[in-house]
Design a protein around this ligand. Structure first.
Ligand code: AHR
Length: 502
């Protein structure tokens, strides 16, 4: 048994937790849309063909914002194909995933779906095969009230009220050679600046996200952000980050420690953005949009060129185990630990395609293991993120060197007096005794200690055993302002605390 110590103090305020940290992503890819969120004729489908069982699960997850329609898909997408009467929509080739796209699901269905979910839309424009004109036309169709050709087309297509989409991504992963129409940093910075300038002229309430690198591993990471932001800093509000991790060669310790890479990635993008702010003498401080993150076993994916032209194929439907869920929990801890700068985060994706929700065509839907840390973090991380400085032993990892045995983040909501501590024990063989100094939280009591852990780290939820892995409750005690709990080996934990603070 090893020991770790943490102090919780509402005076050590890091930043307000933006609800947009609990975002998700629906891309036209595999079965994310078709037979995922949308399946006309399914017993649970509503009149538009939206699966209400999936909507209910997304609501239970607490999803706050959903990025759409891609991902790589957006870079050769024509948004006009997905509006108007369904019977006249064209079937096209999607080059990103070598798939047949019927366009039965498009903008109107997405907007109806997001409203039913009660979440905020986040749209991406195609800056791969298209440009400023099409971005402006889409914005006009979405947000202009009426009396112009495009806004009137929306109205005649059945949506009299503007969609009022506030969040817009200026393309997707434009540094990636796999992206249709990918660009150099200089080319992208220019087109992002000019598209942003024009879009703001049309609607000055929108917020824009510039593409950062597609990953920290990209050879141009850092210089891409610098060059892009030097050109478009004034036009954008966010710079994006994408990261996917996986367990490699059975190296559990490195996988459990991988959130330190995410932390470093965030810190480096913050520094790069702030350096551009200093050089451009801007008053604006950029925020980060971590708009794709998750565990994705990419080694199992043969690549886009290996795919046959198919409609809604089963693509990257990773089945997540307990270990994956613990690691996903540690990424959410990273987001909370950077709540001062990360304003948006979207887990990629929502259903079937590396999703916390799985569905069968014509059949049931169920919660994958990674559903739970997301849902509980979205539910309990309220108010302000607090600075926590865990005092813990180190674990050696092959990929990241020594990492702290515990990853932790905390929140405190002054309005309700509720606090929450999120913690991962990265030691896969030993439990960890955690001592939490609560003296700065008057009358603090432990309400619940929920844990995701299992003797079998490879256990999963399947169609036949959808509830094999669920969170369990443990106990702990508070004595003289000190809470002592035991975190099982390789576990994700949330401690829900009540206080008597006004
Ligand atoms: O989420 C799957 C894909 O991963 C997205 O389309 C792309 O943006 C990223 O490379």
């Amino acid at each position: 048994m090893t020991d770790a110590r943490i102090t919780l103090d509402p005076a050590f305020r890091l930043g307000t937790i933006d609800r947009r940290l609990f975002g998700s992503f629906v891309e036209h890819m595999g079965r994310s849309v078709y037979t995922g969120v949308f399946e006309p004729g399914h017993p649970d489908a509503d009149e538009l063909g939206l699966r209400t069982d999936v909507l209910d699960l997304a609501r239970e997850m607490g999803v706050s914002v959903v990025r759409y329609p891609g991902g790589n898909f957006v870079s050769n997408y024509r948004w006009e194909d997905g509006v108007g009467p369904r019977e006249s929509r064209p079937t096209r080739l999607d080059l990103a995933w070598r798939s047949i796209e019927t366009n039965e699901f498009g903008l109107a269905e997405y907007m109806a779906w997001i409203r039913r979910l009660g979440a905020e839309p986040m749209m991406a424009v195609n800056l791969g095969t298209r440009g400023i004109t099409e971005a402006l036309e889409l914005l006009e169709y979405c947000n202009y009230p009426g009396g112009t050709e495009l806004s009137d087309r929306r109205i005649s297509n059945g949506d009299p009220d503007p969609y009022a989409v506030k969040l817009w991504c200026l393309g997707n992963e434009m540094d990636g050679p796999w992206q249709m129409g990918h660009r150099t940093a200089h080319e992208y910075g220019r087109i992002a600046a000019e598209t942003g300038r024009a879009m703001h002229r049309l609607d000055n309430e929108i917020e824009l996200v510039a593409c950062g690198s597609s990953g920290r591993h990209m050879p141009t990471f850092g210089s891409w952000e610098t060059t892009v932001l030097e050109q478009c800093y004034d036009q954008v509000d966010y710079i994006s980050l994408h990261a996917y991790y996986q367990e490699r060669d059975g190296d559990v310790a490195s996988f459990l420690g991988s959130a330190v890479d995410m932390d470093a990635f965030i810190d480096e993008v913050v520094s790069t953005a702030d350096a551009v702010q200093a050089r451009t003498r801007s008053r604006k401080r950029l925020r980060l949009s971590f708009d794709e993150w998750n565990v994705w076993n990419q080694d199992r994916f043969g690549g886009e060129d290996s795919l046959d032209w198919r409609q809604a194929p089963r693509l990257i439907e990773d089945e997540y185990n307990v270990l994956d869920a613990v690691v996903v929990g540690s990424y959410l801890i990273s987001m909370l630990g950077h709540a001062d700068r990360v304003g948006i985060a979207c887990q990629a994706q929502l259903a079937n395609v590396i999703g916390p929700i799985r569905t069968e065509p014509g059949g049931p839907s169920w919660r994958q293991t990674i559903f739970y840390p997301f849902a509980l973090t979205a539910q309990l991380a309220r108010g302000e993120a607090l600075r926590v400085e865990p005092d813990a032993p180190l674990i050696d990892t092959k990929a990241y060197g020594p990492v702290p045995a515990i990853a932790a983040a905390a929140s405190y909501d002054a309005a309700t007096g509720q606090a929450a501590l999120f913690a991962v024990n990265r030691d896969s063989t030993n439990p960890l005794t955690l001592t939490v100094d609560l003296r700065a939280l008057p009358g603090a009591q432990l309400r619940t200690h929920k844990v995701l852990a299992d003797d079998d780290l490879r256990a999963t939820n399947t169609q036949s055993h959808p509830d094999r892995v669920v969170p369990r409750e443990l106990t702990g005690h508070v004595d003289g302002g000190t809470l002592t709990v035991t975190l099982p080996p390789a576990s994700w934990n949330v401690l829900e605390l009540s206080t008597t603070a006004e």
